[in-house]
Design a protein around this ligand. Sequence first.
Ligand SMILES: [Zn+2]
Length: 136
Amino acid sequence: MNRHWTNDELLDRLYGLAEKDSHIESCADCARRWNELRARRAMLAAPGQVSSEVLAAQRRKIYARLGQEPGSRKVWAPALAAAACVLAVGLFIYKPAPVPHPEAADAQLFSEAYSMEQSAEPRAAAPIHALFEDNP
Ligand SMILES: [Zn+2]
């Protein structure tokens, strides 16, 4: 490999994921970056080496991020408003269907069927009879 190592390749090598490569022995720049990375890793891995100031600063950054509230409500607000509008329109338009009364409908049907059966003439002949009645 003739080109310089990228940071990802250095990290891969640091964690033992990279293949063996002789570039680092021949390149002063990559060797310097490699040594800096190893020194930083050794500093962070050593117990008790992280100062309380670094931890306090990290904690302040985390609290600052938490205080920002990443705007999840702002993302959902338009969708929530649209859903509320649809619900309001639906409630405004909604009219419940009239509930049929099966007992009354059945009784009416039976009475009509009974009267049709009992009458000698069909009901369609009633208007014709009206023509022949004497009206004063
Ligand atoms: Zn290099």
